[in-house]
Design a protein around this ligand. Structure first.
Ligand SMILES: Nc1ncnc2c1ncn2[C@@H]1O[C@H](COP(=O)(O)OP(=O)(O)OP(=O)(O)O)[C@@H](O)[C@H]1O
Ligand SMILES: [Mn+2]
Length: 418
């Protein structure tokens, strides 16, 4: 009798376990119904609406300058307003540079000297740089430094319509990004400067055969380049202007071993929605696979990208466990549009590095673009139209608004991280 009783209980327990497994499996694999999906889409829309409400009612402190920025601005000016005496010295400083806050020398006139040296060092060799999908050249300077050259494809006034990643790379966006990184104190970035090269005098005599093979003469006899890259086409050349000069961004090449990762917030480049666009718990789930430091780093980069509207950060490179802000050519496309979902890492995680937040607050009231204008003026650069500068200031206010949204939702304790 008691044996039968025990047997009965065992069977009952076994059934319970099996039923549990059945329900667990079914619940976790059931596809969300269209109703759930539409509620999620609605939730995402509401976030944008709430952020825009905060933007409309932003406190005055975010719209005026703060005197706390003055010493920071002066230090930046001193770093960029420098003249060079000896090229050799600055390259020695660059080659022997070790610092955990900045990838390249960033103080006491060195940034200005580096930019000047990139522009004025004689070029020893020019080749195609076949990495990536867009046309770019590799310059080897006589001082042995490598430089990537992304040529000008558009005039500054041209507005790029379409998706946030539309069009060719913008050389001015690359250069702008460098100054932006320096002003935001996100210094894990490569120096970039506008460079003008004479094709006949400075490229052709030192061009590799490979590069020469991707050159064609246009109808007025100028030597144009179509290059070697995934999207390079013989009918999509870059040509020098009527003085024989090819303008572009010269970006210092980092001879470092990077680890390359897919961005969790990358776009699908099709109508398909990525997980981050569908899942309201996306960030929470990410914290199982990425460290807090990496997520905070991705959020910093998202703020950076939002300001210039670079929606093309499909991959990211890591050096010494920090993201190197490389490939910034898809910014400054349309000054009339602010695609808010470039900020998704910030508003989905609702956390931000406290230091980043303090740096951002220093830049209120126009200081951000004013400083970029001053720093780039030392190289005689005009990097964007006034509409773009205004757009960047407007987007900075939207970043403030997003942080306000997060604070209102979760409280300062949860939002700011060290
Ligand atoms: N300054 C740099 N120093 C060293 N490596 C670099 C630098 N800039 C870019 N790279 C490397 O070259 C690759 C291609 O460069 P980049 O991403 O700028 O080109 P792209 O044509 O825009 O490529 P994609 O279409 O994939 O975005 C990068 O993924 C990176 O690994
Ligand atoms: Mn790119």
């Amino acid at each position: 009798m008691s044996m039968n009783y025990m047997f009965g209980i065992s069977v009952f327990l076994l059934c319970l376990v099996l039923l549990n497994i059945y329900f667990f499996y079914n619940l976790s694999t059931t596809k969300p119904t269209p109703l759930i999906q539409s509620r999620k889409a609605e939730a995402m829309q509401n976030v944008h609406k709430e952020i825009n409400d905060h933007f409309a009612h932003l406190k005055k402190q975010y719209k005026i300058k703060t005197s706390k920025f003055t010493p920071v601005q002066q230090a930046l000016i001193a770093s960029f307003n420098s003249t060079i005496t000896e090229l050799e010295n600055i390259w020695n400083t660059v080659d022997n540079w070790v610092d955990n806050e900045s990838l390249f020398p960033d103080k006491n006139g060195d940034p200005g000297r580096i930019l000047h040296a990139i522009k004025s060092s004689p070029i020893a060799l020019v080749d195609n740089a076949p990495k990536g999908t867009q046309l770019k050249l590799l310059l080897i300077l006589e001082s042995k430094q490598k430089v990537l050259f992304k040529p000008k494809r558009y005039n500054l006034t041209e507005v790029i319509k379409g998706p946030v990643y539309a069009g060719f790379d913008r050389y001015n966006s690359e250069v702008f990004a460098y100054y932006l990184g320096m002003v935001l104190n996100m210094r894990w970035i490569a120096p970039a400067v506008t460079m003008r090269i004479n094709v006949e005098n400075d490229i052709l005599p030192v061009a590799t055969l490979g590069l020469k093979n991707t050159m064609v003469k246009n109808e007025v006899g100028a030597t144009c380049i179509y290059g070697k890259c995934y999207y390079c086409k013989i009918n999509e050349t870059v040509c020098p202007d009527n003085t024989g000069v090819l303008e572009g961004a010269a970006i210092l090449y980092l001879e470092k071993q990077f680890k390359v990762h897919k961005s969790p917030w990358r776009r699908s480049y099709s109508r398909k929605k990525m997980d981050w666009e569908k899942d309201t718990d996306f960030c929470k789930k990410l914290s199982h696979t990425l460290s807090l430091q990496r997520i905070l780093n991705l959020i910093d980069v998202a703020i950076f990208d939002f300001l210039i509207q670079n929606g093309d950060r499909h991959h990211y490179e890591v050096y010494k466990n920090r993201i190197v802000i490389l490939d910034n050519g898809k910014g400054l496309g349309n000054p009339m549009v602010d695609i808010l979902d470039v900020l998704a890492p910030l508003y989905q995680c609702c956390i931000i590095n406290l230091q980043t937040w303090q740096n951002l607050q220093l830049l209120s009231g126009g200081s951000l673009t004013e400083t970029i204008k001053i720093l780039s003026s030392f190289q005689g650069e005009k990097l964007a139209t006034e509409e773009h500068f205004e757009a960047i200031e407007r987007r900075l206010l939207k970043v403030y608004a997003t942080v306000q949204y997060c604070i209102e939702k979760y409280g300062t304790e949860k939002v700011f991280k060290h």
